[in-house]
Design a protein around this ligand. Structure first.
Ligand code: HEC
Ligand code: HEC
Length: 287
């Protein structure tokens, strides 16, 4: 049976536990610690009565406060705080926003978030584009124009959609529908390959050049460099919307894909569209 006795040095009781001659002191808790502990218990008791603390459905506490109930007021307060800046962004053109350091940094921060929410699914997280005809927005190759006004128009009205009467529109003819024979499509494909110095068949390229002048230059330009008025891609560079391989180019001519992008003027605050235009322009290729 352990023996409880006073420790001769400190004058404190021992607990009676002893290990190899070492005895454990039973030191009382310091009063400040004890009273803080009691105060916490008292605080918790009051809290449980006033606030929703019990895991019972519908238990709200005497004050009737809930996180869900408090949220709309908090949201309204946040919106009210943001509103003056949003009003400025709404009434300022993207070009003027980009020229004002304060508005520009706000627009780029907000544009980045809006981009992640509304654009990244198609254009990739950093606007790097995705396979299947979703162009990179971070390079200086533009289908529809890369200055702030052109980017703003593209985001506002979208491309080939039913959402907006002013959507960007142009349709490359379906050349595989009898406009050109398969042999002619093969020749003009060879010419398109020659534009990026990849042709291996000079005779087909020569035949294709004539076909190109007759059928393609109206949109893609005499030299095949594209035309932003029709969203016609540059065919002389190494950037391809629908693939760079011979078979993919041939497929693009036989049955063009005609990418569609929704209009955002109905879905987003005009301030957010302005912020997005400035953000996209800042990704690296803005003109
Ligand atoms: C449903 C998919 C989709 C979504 C969402 C989408 N886009 Fe697009 N976007 C496209 C496609 C497809 C094209 C290319 C259309 C074409 O072939 O002309 C495009 C083209 C563009 C262009 C023109 C690029 C150029 O080279 O001229 C811009 C700018 C652009 N998108 C910005 C945005 C922004 C900003 C958002 C978000 C607010 C967005 N897009 C959301 C599919 C999408
Ligand atoms: C009415 C305008 C128009 C005409 C005419 C036209 N194109 Fe196009 N072409 C476009 C547009 C717009 C696109 C982009 C399609 C898209 O956004 O998906 C395109 C895309 C392409 C592509 C795919 C480019 C890429 O980056 O993947 C090729 C290749 C092409 N055209 C070749 C031709 C050839 C060859 C002809 C003539 C036989 C021709 N086009 C005639 C408008 C035109």
């Amino acid at each position: 049976m352990a023996q409880i006795e006073k420790d001769s040095v400190s004058g404190t009781d021992t607990t009676g536990h002893e290990w190899d001659g070492l005895r454990e002191l039973n030191t009382p808790l310091p009063p400040w610690w004890l009273y803080t502990f009691y105060a916490c218990i008292a605080f918790a008791a009051v809290w449980v009565v006033l606030y929703p603390a019990l895991p019972i459905s519908g238990a709200t506490g005497l004050l009737g406060w809930t996180a869900r109930g408090a949220f709309p007021a908090q949201q309204a307060a946040d919106a009210a705080q943001r509103e003056p800046m949003l009003a400025r962004l709404r009434s300022t053109s993207p070009a003027a926003i980009a020229a004002d350091p304060q508005l520009r940094s706000y627009a780029i921060a907000g544009g980045r978030i809006a981009f992640a929410n509304h654009c990244a699914a198609c254009h990739g997280a950093g606007g790097q584009g995705a396979q299947g005809g979703y162009p990179s927005l971070a390079d200086d190759d533009w289908l529809w124009g890369g200055d702030l006004a052109a980017i703003h128009t593209t985001i506002t009205h979208g491309i080939r959609n039913q959402d907006s009467d002013e959507a960007r529109l142009s349709m490359m003819p379906v050349f595989g529908n009898g406009i050109l024979t398969p042999a002619q499509i093969s020749d003009v494909t060879e010419y398109v390959l020659a534009l990026s110095e990849r042709s291996t068949n000079p005779e087909a390229t020569t035949r294709g050049a004539t076909l190109f002048t007759e059928n393609c230059t109206a949109c893609h330009g005499d030299a095949g460099r594209g035309n932003p008025e029709f969203g016609a891609p540059n065919l002389t560079d190494r950037i391809w919307l629908h693939g760079a391989e011979r078979s993919q180019i041939q497929a693009s001519i036989t049955r063009p894909r005609m990418g569609v992008m929704p209009a955002f003027n109905q879905r987003l605050d005009p301030a957010v569209v302005n912020m997005l235009a400035v953000y996209v322009h800042s990704l690296g290729g803005g003109r």
